[in-house]
Design a protein around this ligand. Sequence first.
Ligand code: TXA
Ligand code: MG
Length: 317
Amino acid sequence: MSDFLTPLGTNIDLAADLLRNGKLVAIPTETVYGLAGNALDTAAVASIFAAKARPAFDPLIVHISNIAQLPMYVQDAPEKALRLAALFWPGPLTLLFKKKAIIPDLVTSGHETVAVRIPNHPLTLALLNLIDFPLSAPSANPFGYVSPTTAQHVRNQLDGKLDYILDGGPCSVGLESTIVSFEHATPKVLRLGGLSLEAIEDALGEKVTHQLSSSSPQAPGMLVSHYNPRKKVVLDAAPETDSTHIGYIRFAAPLAHVPADRQVVLSPSGNLFEAAQNLFAALRFFDSNRFEKVIAQRVPNEGLGRAINDRLARAAG
Ligand code: TXA
Ligand code: MG
C-alpha cells in the first residue's frame, strides 16, 4: 500500500488518455522530468502553472516528437535553427521560433516566440506518438526549486497535483536543455544546459553569444536564485572540518578528512557528463535536515561544466 495520491508507472496508454482529457502527467526526458499537459488546451496549460505555483510571465517549452511537426506551430524558422534541430534533435536543445496562432498566448506568456524541443526519451517519444497534440512541459518541480531527475523526485514534491507520473528511470543528461534564440544575426544561448556551447558553435561554424544568470534576465529561467535548494549553498569555500552540519559537493576528489556521508562526489573519474547526471540529486540529498550548509566545488568551466557551474551559482543565489 502506498500513501501517495499520484500513481507512478510506465503505462503510456493511460498517460495518453489522461492528457487527452486535459489532465497533467509527469514525463521523463533525457534532461529532467517535465510536468506535461496538452499545449493546445488553455485550461490544461493553466493547470500546469497552478500545479507548480509558477508565475504566468514564465513561458513553457513545447515538446514535439518529429521535426515534420514544426511547421504546424512555428513560422519563418531560421536556417541556422533548422540546422541545429536536424543535428541535435531528439536531444537537450530548445530552439525559439516565431509562433503560429495555434499556440496559446498562455504557453508563451504573451511572447511572439515559442520554445520547442524534441526530447530524447523512448517512453516520452512513444507517448507523443500516441497523441495528436504537442505537450507543454516545464520542469516538474515547484517554481524556483531544483529540477527533478527521477520519478520519485517528482512525487516527493508534486504528489496530488498531477494525475500520473511516467517513470522512465533516472535522467541520462541531468541538466535542463540548452535554449537558443535566433532573434539577432548572432545566435544567442539564453540558458546553458545539456548541450554544450562548444557543440553548438562547432555545428554552426561561428561563435554564439550567451548570457549568464542575472537578477533581471531576458529569459525567466536565468533568474539568479532560480535553483534554490532549501539550504545555504556557498561555492569553493574552505572546508570546515569540525562541524557535522556541513555537506560538501565535490567534482572528482573527495575531501580526505570528511566522512563519506557528508560529501557527494559528482564524478570520481572527473567526467563532466557524469557530474551533470548527479548534480541535482546531490543538491536534493543535502536538503535533508541534518545539513545547514553545503560547500560546493566548481567544476572545470568547459563543455557541460559551464552549465553545472551556472546551476551551482544559482543555487548559491
Ligand atoms: O530540459 C528542459 O528544457 C526541461 C524538459 C522538461 O524539457 N524543461 C524545462 O522547462 O526546463 P522550464 O519551464 O523549467 O524552463 C524553460 C525555460 C523557462 O525558464 C523560460 O524562461 C524559457 O525556458 N522559455 C520558454 N519559452 C520562452 C520564450 N518564448 N522566450 C524566452 N524564454 C523562454
Ligand atoms: Mg524549471
